[in-house]
Write a protein that binds this ligand. Sequence first.
Ligand SMILES: [Zn+2]
Length: 309
Amino acid sequence: MPEGHRFPMEKYAAFRRQAQQRLFSLPGVGFHPSPLSTVRDLESTHDRSYIQRYLVGNVTAQEKRESGFDWNEQHVNRTLSSVGGTVAATHAVLQSDSSVGAHLAGGTHHAFQARMEGFCIFSDIAVAANVALRDYPDKVRKILIVDLDTHQGNGNAVLFQDDSRVFTFSMHCDANYFSKKQASDLDVEVKAGTGDAGYLSLLERYLPLVFEAQAPDLVFFQAGVDVHASDRLGKLALTRAGLQRRNLRLFQFVEAYGSKLVVTAGGGYPSDSDPSSGPYADIINAHADVYVGAAEFFGGGSKMVPLLR
Ligand SMILES: [Zn+2]
C-alpha cells in the first residue's frame, strides 16, 4: 500500500499479534500462514476471464477506483491469501470434529462474479462456501452467512441470490451501502447512531429466525467490527462489551444447532490512524476479541482446530 492509503493494512498484523498473545496459553490453538487460493477454487464463484485479467494486472481505471486498490504483485498475493485462508479454515473444520475454524482476515463481501468493489476483489466466503458444497456434499447441504459488518454484504447477496443452499443474512447500518443496495435472503437495517441495546435487541429477534430457516450445517461469520463507535465509517455506536455480546450470541446459536463455524475478520477502520491512539486500539481489540471469544467459547484445547497447511 502507498503511504497514507486509507485501507488500514497494518491493523491485520496488530490484531493477529494480540490474538496470538491472548491465546498463547490455550492448548491446541495453532496459527498458520494462509495458503494462496487456487484458480480452480476461485472459478467456483468468479468469472474465468475476470480472474485471469486480475491475475495478470489487466485492471481498468474504473476497477481501481471502485475497489480502492492499485494493482501490483504483492497485492495479488494478498488477495489470493485472503481467499485461501478462509478456504483452509473451512477444510480444517470440515475434516475434523472441531466446531470452529478461523481466518484472521477475509470477509470481502463486496466482490461480485466479475466485479470488484470496496476493497474486495474476490469473495473469500462465497468461494469457501462453494468449495464446501463441492467437496463435502454429504456433510454440507445448508450454509448460513451471518454478515454483521456495518456495510451490507451486497456481493454475497447477489452471488447466492438463486442458490437455496446458501442463506445470506446481512445486518448493517441503514446509511452504509456501497454502490447499490442488493437483496440478501434477509436484510436487517440498523439506524445510524444505534448503540448496544438497540443493536442487540435486533440481533435477538433475527438470529433465531435465520437459524430456524436454514438449520445450517456450516455457518460463515463476517465479523466486521466497523459497527464500533470508534470506527471511521461505521455510523453505529457499539461498545467493546456490546460487540463481545454480539459474538457470543452467534457462538451460542452455532452450538445449539450443532453447526460448524468459520470466522472471518470483515471491516474495521480506526477513526485515528495513529496506532497508539484510543480509537485505533478499540478496533484492534474488537477484531482480536472475535477470535479469542470463539476459542474460549468452543473450549480451546482439542476443540479448536489447528489449520491445515
Ligand atoms: Zn464494512
